[in-house]
Each structure stands twice: as structure tokens, then as C-alpha cells.
Design a protein around this ligand. Structure first.
Ligand SMILES: [Zn+2]
Ligand SMILES: [Zn+2]
Length: 449
């Protein structure tokens, strides 16, 4: 097997992996690099142009995996795109949102390349995409007669997310995708295949992170923080990703209100997360592993975050707003600008924040220091409490390592991680199973596995 990582800058970025099994060419994911701008954010599709691509897979709907799929689909309009049935429900809304953001940035930042694709291209992806049920093997034969069997396996990362198993000439190859083994309030954890494998391609996101508290302890701590803040007359902002995290926290608050572990409070919710709730509700009816129901929105009394509302002005409330990294001009950014200046309030970060994003910068600010809301040209003294909770939707490094090694693979390929994170995996694998070959692909350089 020949493998080429098309994410030129390396690390976690525009995920796109070319897998070549003899004459069979398979591409897994087609993301956009979150820290690059314009066409520099694309995977290096140039490397694919001389090839016939037989299959394209989409593991899940985060933009670092999905964001450039319309452009890849345009290059290979006859290649089937395989995703889970649930992912097929979400991807359009995610891409439409990405289109709207790019359209805005074209004007605001003068990026001539944007938007990189249009609504027509999104519809073309929809026509090209086969939404299939996880757990059911599918056989594929290429035009040249090469055969492969593939099976999607739910990976627990966000609804619809899957790992991909290939069986090719009696070789078993497994790509974990982004994975979470733990159950959350929203979703059951990964259901991954067991037994021996020849190659495991694994994500390494949390290679440098050691878990301190269990997820349950972190949820309890979050609820206590909300209770404490509200009892002192303050409001809580929780910046969240619209896909998954917002609905997970709705499930958490719904349960806490129902059990009386948290006194009822007004909840404000924003934007795309609300629309995704409708889709969650539809797919949850067919997929019992997803626990979110739209009625939770009603039963918690959640309301859409009004444009004119000044957070904190009507007494204590919870603001469950996107974006998760508090990107400029998003609802969470606007609410932070209103809440940060009062010591009664708390801002709770519950997911990954890029250190260069406003959320990442705010996490480094000490109480009493000044924080610049660049988009508004105003500085606010950071008096609110700023807390971080470990509710990652990526598996702990130990559990992913344990899963990989228990497959007794001849080789493990490292993906989706910063260099230091990959280094931890590399060293740990070599220590625990010195015979296992560890492959850390150099971007754009084909490597034989
Ligand atoms: Zn992801
Ligand atoms: Zn990812």
C-alpha cells in the first residue's frame, strides 16, 4: 500500500489522504486548513491529477475533513463519495455555512479567491454522495477489475462520524478517523472493529494531553460553575461548535434541569446549531445511539439569541453560542465582549481553541488584564472568570493507543496531530511493541506501508 498525505503544512489541517492499493486509488477526506487563507487552505489536489480516483470517503462533517470536498468532487465528478447516512444529512448545511463565511470574508478581508465554491457545487457533492449504514460491508470493483471491501464503523466523535475498514487481498486496514470511545450525553462512543489488523491509521490529536478529570467530573464541575455564577447574579457564556457540542450541552442542561441538579435558567442558543437540531432530531429517530431530541429545546425553554439583546442585561442566563473558538463577529464573540467586563460572569471554554483565535487568546489573559476585541476596536478589562473544561470529542491518547496495539498491527500510521503529539505516539508504540513499524508520513511524499 502506498500512502500520501496531501495536507501540505502537516499537523492538523486540510485532512486528505491518498491510499493506493495496487491500481486502486482511494482518497479519504478533503478538508480546509483552518489557519490558512484562500487556496493555500486546500489540500494539494495537484498530486491527484494524473490519477483515476476510484473512491472518495468522507469520515465526518468537520471542516478540516469536509471543507474542500466540493473542489475535489469537481475534479472527479464520476467518483462515488462514501459517507455515513447521518453525515449525508449534515454536510450540506456545514458547507453552506462555510460558503457564507467565505463570502463575508471576501468583502471584509478582500480575499479574491473566496468563496472557493458555490451552492451548485454543494448540490453536485450531494448527488455524488452515497450515504450508507455503518457496520455493513460493501464490495467495490474498479474499472480495472480490482476489488476491495469496505465497512464504515461509528467513531463517536460527532454524529455521523466513522472510521473506515478496508479488506484488500486478505489484508485488513483500518482508518480511525476522528474518534471518541467514551459515551457522551449526546452520543454513544465508538464501535470499532476488533481482531487483528495489518495496518491501523490513527488520529493522534491528544498526544500531548494527559487527562486529569473524567468527562463526568468535568460535566459536574461545569454545572457547579453555572450554579455558582447564577447564584451571584452573573451569566455564563459557553462558546460551542454548532455540530455536536451545542447539542451535547443541551442534553446536559436538559437532564440537570429535569433532575433538579441545576436551577432553571434562561438559555440562549445561536445560529446554525439550531438548524442542525432539526436534522439531529430526524436522524435520532432512526439512530438510537444519538440522544438529542428537538423537544429538549422546548423543554429547557431555550431561545434564539436575539440580535439586539445585550447579554447579562436581563439577569442570569446561559449563553450557548457558536463559534467554539470565539471567532470574530460570531455570536460567542459578541457575547464575550458584553460579559467579560463584569466579575459576576463566567466564560467557560469546553473544546479546542486555537491559540491564535480570539478564544485561545482570551484563555491566556489573566484576570484584570485588558483584552482587545479587535473587530469592535474596543478594549475590555477581563474581570469575568474564565474557565476551561476538558470535554474533548477526541479520545484520550492512552485509549487510542491501546485500541491500535490490541490489533497487533504490522504497521501504525500516524495522522491528525501536531508533531509533538505524533512523537508521543511514536515513542509509546516503539516501547510497547518494538516490532510494529511506525509511519509518520511526510506531507506530499508517498510512503510504502
Ligand atoms: Zn473532527
Ligand atoms: Zn479533525
Amino acid at each position: 500500500m502506498l500512502l500520501t498525505d496531501l495536507n501540505a503544512p502537516g499537523g492538523i489541517g486540510s485532512n486528505c489522504l491518498l491510499l493506493q492499493l495496487d491500481t486502486l486509488n482511494i482518497v479519504i477526506d478533503s478538508g480546509l486548513h483552518p489557519k490558512q487563507i484562500g487556496r493555500a487552505a486546500l489540500p494539494k489536489f495537484e498530486k491527484l491529477r494524473s490519477l483515476n480516483i476510484d473512491l472518495i470517503f468522507l469520515t465526518h462533517c468537520h471542516l478540516d475533513h469536509l471543507g474542500s470536498l466540493p473542489l475535489l468532487a469537481k475534479e472527479f465528478p464520476n467518483t462515488p463519495i462514501i459517507a455515513s447516512r447521518d453525515t449525508k444529512q449534515f454536510f450540506k448545511r456545514m458547507l453552506q455555512n462555510s460558503y457564507q463565511v467565505m463570502d463575508r470574508q471576501r468583502l471584509e478581508k478582500g480575499i479574491g479567491d473566496y468563496p472557493l465554491f458555490g451552492y451548485r457545487d454543494i448540490s453536485a457533492v450531494n448527488r455524488q454522495m452515497l450515504g450508507i449504514m455503518p457496520g455493513q460491508p460493501r464490495h467495490f470493483e474498479s474499472l480495472s477489475g480490482e476489488r476491495v471491501t469496505f465497512t464504515l464503523h461509528e467513531s463517536g466523535h460527532v454524529p455521523g462520524a466513522v472510521g473506515i475498514e478496508f479488506e484488500y487481498h486478505h489484508r485488513r486496514i483500518f482508518h480511525t478517523g476522528d474518534v471518541l470511545f467514551d459515551d457522551t450525553a449526546l452520543l454513544d462512543g465508538a464501535r470499532f472493529p476488533l481482531g487483528d489488523m495489518d495496518t491501523v491509521i490513527m488520529e493522534t490529536t491528544r498526544g500531548t494531553t494527559q487527562r486529569v478529570n473524567s468527562r463526568k467530573d468535568e460535566i459536574d464541575r461545569l454545572l457547579k460553575t453555572i450554579e455558582h455564577t447564577a447564584s451571584h447574579g452573573g451569566s455564563v457564556l459557553i462558546p460551542v461548535f454548532a455540530l455536536g457540542r451545542m447539542q451535547e450541552l443541551m442534553c446536559v442542561l436538559h437532564e440537570a434541569f429535569a433532575k433538579g441538579t441545576l436551577k432553571r435558567l434562561p438559555i440562549h442558543v445561536s445560529g446554525m446549531g439550531i438548524e442542525l437540531m432539526n436534522q439531529f432530531d430526524r436522524i435520532a429517530q432512526k439512530n438510537p445511539r444519538i440522544r438529542f431530541r428537538k423537544k429538549m429545546f422546548r423543554e429547557t425553554g431555550a431561545i434564539r439569541f436575539p440580535e439586539k439583546h445585550r447579554p447579562g442585561s436581563d439577569g442570569p442566563a446561559v449563553y450557548l453560542l457558536s463559534s467554539g473558538m470565539m471567532v470574530e463577529n460570531t455570536p460567542s464573540y459578541r457575547a464575550a465582549a458584553a460579559l467579560l467586563g463584569s466579575h459576576q460572569n463566567t466564560i467557560c471554554f469546553v473544546g479546542y481553541c486555537d491559540p491564535d483565535a480570539p478564544g485561545g487568546k482570551l484563555l491566556k489573559v489573566r484576570q484584570g488584564e485588558k483584552f482587545l476585541f479587535k473587530a469592535y476596536g474596543k478594549t475590555v478589562q477581563a474581570l469575568a472568570h474564565i474557565e476551561k473544561f476538558d470535554l474533548s470529542s477526541h479520545a484520550d491518547r492512552e485509549s487510542i493507543l491501546e485500541y491500535g496495539l490490541a490489533r497487533h498491527p504490522r504497521s501504525i500510521v500516524l495522522t491528525h496531530g501536531d508533531p509533538e503529539a505524533r512523537q508521543w505516539f511514536k515513542e509509546s508504540i516503539l516501547e510497547l511493541d518494538p516490532k510494529c513499524k511506525v509511519v509518520d508520513p511526510v506531507p506530499l511524499k508517498p510512503v510504502t506501508v
